[in-house]
Design a protein. Structure first.
Length: 306
């Protein structure tokens, strides 16, 4: 599922290509992932797309306001409505020439005033589209925690060390930090030498501060490299990301640790596969790695590099 760097990558691409454009019409295919399809069809035509923002794993297409039956630009934080977009596991949103044949599983077409279409494609339909007015939008966003690129080290350490949740679970808790998922949780914990199953409350302050720093560094580098393309992720220009080439833990079960040469192992933490180095990230009592398959154990013979 796209995480903060992937969503930020798509949002930046859309900012360059659709901000300032007016939505002329809406055409929908399958709608089981849309909160209220009629609301999109009724409320989007005629509105200007004033901004594209990332909020955790969501994108917000901020829309012009309505005044006296006419659409006018809104001011600052008073934007009354937005189109909320969540990409789910296989979602993609990008502008295309209206005459260009649409990809299979394209379920939403937003015709723009420059004769292009903003198209939403989602094979598995685990994503989400929703038209949200000011009050419902504020209510939607209230449940989310701080942006990991904005929270201070002091506040991060204070909150992390006050929780009895496992640190992997805490990093992925959108009520604590918005935008971090499986990939960047594993990568940051490997960099900080903290086992994913370690409880937040037992972390030393310096460990929490280090985790905050490496998490920010990893997210920022991943944004520069346009995110991680594990299977389906493409940016707003249809290009894959490159950060998967820099993964040091995620998905590397059976391969050698880049730091110490031990074999990367996998355990289930917070209901998700979690990848870690058993030497660099000692496991707390009672947490065991899953057995290596023959195929995975064969990987460990590879020479360590980079």
């Amino acid at each position: 599922m796209p995480e903060l760097p992937e969503v930020e990558t798509v949002a930046r691409g859309l900012r360059r290509t659709i901000v300032g454009r007016r939505i002329v019409s809406v055409r929908l295919g399958k709608t089981d992932f849309i909160d209220d399809p009629a609301a999109l069809e009724q409320n989007l035509p005629g509105r200007l797309i004033e901004a594209v923002e990332r909020y955790g794993k969501f994108m917000l297409l901020r829309l012009s306001a309505v005044s006296g039956g006419e659409f006018v630009p809104s001011n600052g934080d008073s934007v009354p409505a937005a189109l909320l977009v969540h990409l789910g596991m296989t979602g993609q949103i990008a502008p295309s020439a209206a005459a260009q044949p649409s990809e299979k599983h394209t379920h939403a077409f937003f015709t723009l005033d420059d004769h292009r279409e903003l198209r939403y494609t989602d094979a598995r339909r685990f994503g989400r589209l929703a038209y949200l007015q000011a009050e419902s939008l504020a209510e939607e966003l209230r449940a989310f925690g701080a942006d990991p690129l904005e929270i201070s080290a002091e506040e991060f350490a204070k909150q992390a060390r006050s929780r009895r949740a496992r640190i992997k679970s805490l990093l992925m808790d959108q009520g604590f930090l918005r935008g971090v998922g499986n990939i960047y949780a594993d990568e940051s914990l490997w960099r900080a030498k903290i086992h994913p199953a370690r409880l937040g409350v037992v972390l030393k302050k310096e460990q929490a501060v280090l985790l905050h720093r490496v998490l920010r560094e990893i997210l920022q580098k991943a944004i520069v490299l346009r995110g991680s393309s594990i299977s389906d992720f493409l940016d707003a220009e249809g290009q894959p990301g490159e950060y998967q080439q820099h993964h040091r833990a995620y998905g590397r079960e059976g391969e050698r640790c880049y730091r110490c040469g031990s074999v990367i192992r996998r355990a289930i933490v917070a209901g998700r596969s979690s990848y870690y180095c058993p030497k660099c990230q000692p496991a707390p009592r009672g947490c065991f790695a899953l057995p290596l398959s023959r195929r995975k154990s064969g990987k460990s013979k590879k020479k360590v590099g980079g």
